[in-house]
Design a protein around this ligand. Structure first.
Ligand code: NAD
Ligand code: UFG
Length: 338
């Protein structure tokens, strides 16, 4: 069975390709390397002993997609390709709607033309927006508060409508919480360009001396230590979540329509929890200072993982300590990234 993995050279995509290959699937990556390095393919091969197929190009290129579907027997598409920076999405909304929404519609049209209806989509906890209560459940209202979140929400709507109109669609909307960590070999991991926006890569670069000091955005939130609380999930747990979603739509009899699943641990950790765990596990000192709240940040949210556990039989295995250990191992082995 060939799985087309768009954005498979990226952070979450590369870890998922490793899990897919190790589970015996044939993997074909479609990536334009707008936010990844071709070296990732060597690393995936180094871990698994198998080199995934590669189509270098853009998801928005319908002609290329048609060739890919004609030449390969693709049963499922896992669609990671997209942009993900919240701030940039507010500054360049059309770029985000084009790449995240329009390109996804093109992909689905080509899939349907080739009678491929099994789809796993990278959604985000960001689709929930400001919650009434911090433990987020899949049936909660969706009110994303930024352009990036709205692109994910709109794709979800498109996919729900497509499945309503044509019952051959079998779609898993995977709402990721905060992916961190790296493969335990240290061969693949997150390689952010420039100064990282996200907490864990920032902390790791302070630990390695590349950055001087972490700014903790707000210490006056209504949380026990005043700093923001998130549900950090090890990227390998997340990758394995894709495998279980894939198995659900390929092995379970009957069609499931379009279903959303939270992929998170169900536990929230504050920024100070992350910093303190990082210092303890790595024995490095993290300089930090408290700064203003970051615009648009929410005080606290984490997944309610009950529905996913029941429907997919999946739950996370890795602790915050293991997330930090593996993130640091990757950072130490690859101080300049790939
Ligand atoms: P990433 O940037 O590392 O990976 C995305 C990959 O897609 C990159 O390899 C990039 O080169 C490729 N790409 C982008 N646009 C493309 C296009 N038009 N055609 C072909 N390739 C294209 O990001 P990631 O962290 O691995 O995230 C993967 C997906 O998960 C994204 O859709 C993102 O929005 C979503 N997501 C990420 C997070 C997170 O915190 N990392 C959280 C929730 C959801
Ligand atoms: N934080 C800091 N300092 C930093 C960076 C982050 O204090 O330099 C804090 C934030 O204020 C927040 C926490 O660390 O309280 C986590 O922030 P991240 O930027 O790592 O993650 P977010 O929860 O803001 O958002 C991330 C992705 C989104 C995705 C969301 C899903 O960036 O794309 O997780 O839950 F949608």
């Amino acid at each position: 069975m060939t799985i087309l993995v768009t954005g498979g050279a990226g952070y979450i995509g590369s870890h998922t390709c490793v899990e897919l290959i190790q589970a015996g699937y044939d993997v074909l990556i479609l990536d334009n390397f707008s936010n990844a390095k071709p070296e990732v393919l060597n690393r995936i091969e180094g871990i698994t002993g198998i080199r995934p197929g590669l189509a270098k190009g853009d998801v928005a290129d319908a002609e290329l997609l048609n060739i890919i579907f004609r030449e390969n027997d693709i049963e499922v598409v896992i669609h990671f390709a997209g942009y993900k920076a919240v701030g940039e999405s507010m500054a360049f909304p059309l770029k985000y709607y084009q790449n995240n929404l329009a390109a996804t519609i093109t992909l689905c049209e080509v899939m349907a033309a080739h009678e491929c209806f099994k789809f796993v989509f990278s959604s985000s906890a960001t689709v929930y927006g400001e919650p009434d209560t911090p433990a987020l459940r899949e049936d909660f209202p969706l009110r994303p508060a930024n352009t990036y979140g709205r692109t994910k929400f709109m794709v979800e709507e498109v996919l729900r409508d497509a499945a309503l109109a044509d019952e051959r669609w079998d779609t898993a909307l995977l709402r990721y919480f905060n992916p961190v960590g790296a493969h335990h070999t240290g061969k693949i991991g997150e390689d952010p360009e420039g100064i990282p926006n996200n907490l864990m890569p920032y902390v790791a670069q302070v630990a390695s001396g590349k950055l001087e000091c972490l700014s903790i955005f707000g210490n006056d939130y209504p949380t026990p230590d005043g700093t923001g609380i998130r549900d950090y999930i090890h990227v390998v747990d997340l990758a394995q979540g894709h495998l279980t979603a894939l198995q659900k739509i390929t092995k379970d009899s009957g069609n499931h329509g379009c279903v959303a699943y939270n992929l998170g641990t169900g536990h929230g950790y504050s920024v100070l929890d992350v910093v303190n765990t990082f210092q303890r596990v790595t024995e490095q000192t993290i300089s930090y200072k408290f700064a203003e709240r970051r615009a648009g940040d929410i005080a606290e949210f984490f997944a309610d993982p009950t529905f996913t556990a029941k429907e997919l039989g999946w739950k996370t295995k890795y602790t915050l300590e293991e997330m930090v250990r593996d993130h640091w191992n990757w950072q130490k082995q690859n101080p300049m990234g790939y």
